[in-house]
Design a protein around this ligand. Sequence first.
Ligand code: GTR
Length: 331
Amino acid sequence: MTIYKKVNRLSAMTIAGAAFAVAGGAAGANELRGWNIHVEDYPVSIAMESFASEIAEKTDGELTAKVYHNAVLGDQPDAIEQVRLGVIDFGEFNLGPMGQAVPETNVTALPFIFKSVPQMYALMDGEVGDAIGEGMKAKGIVPLGWYAAGARSFYNSKHPINTPADVEGLKVRVMSNDLFVNMVQAMDGNATPMAFGEVYQSIKTGVVDGAENNSPSYESTNHYEVAKYFSLTEHLIIPECLCMSLKSWEKLSEDQQQIVMEAGHASALMQRDLWAEREAASMETIEAAGTEVNTVEDKAPFQEAMGPVYEAFLQENPGLTDLVNMIREAD
Ligand code: GTR
């Protein structure tokens, strides 16, 4: 059993303590601890390491940061809570699972809300990103930079998906957020929220038939070995965020805050470049391994199937209607 699986079983508080032990007690009072779900050579991980180095360099070692990769500090929803509490100082999160804590981020997790990945970057770098960032700050999370995560598509071990009817009856792992359960149910599939680290084994043993993700995550987790049909539905374009605990942020001097913010922005730009390279490399890897990749010629039926997901969301969150419309009406 990997360390990561063992740690996954621990409670969030124990995990925080374990992380101190991992650091061997050597962490100085000014060492920030950062959560990351991905393997070390992933674009997110490389950019986070660069963020950490830049902080140490620009503060002459007064403030340092250590990144804990592979979710050793816990699952994503727990880690988000730990950041809000200031137990973990920073992390790189997908805005999907963050929706349980920060309603505004749910807007970015609505299926097909962004028209393309470049449109998502442009909107997140402007007013839409500012509005979402305000919502995050109100819940104790300070965004430092919007990271890329491409578009998510369905994959499974049974058959290619070309129409919503192909999702019917499939057992699909989703990230922890009711929106994703509703999304799969709208196509008559069976959605199972589950930790990222458990998906490989669950597909392998048939607990689920598949999941949905971008190609770098499908490749880096080896999910392509157990779910060989990768169908380019591109139904979710969800930004990710390098962000800091407001509690940790408030302990920094103004100079340090500026250094951390600049390092966060710089790391996001770096990550977006690395992301483009990794997407291409991942597609090559999975195709060489015999994955059956299919493009989806007509996405309109998938978009139409999402009508009830939007209706339910807006009914529950009338206050977010303007933000939803701002994105939907953008070019
Ligand atoms: C990845 C994302 C992770 C995590 C994962 C998942 O694309 O970068 O933060 O959300 O998907 O599906 O759980």
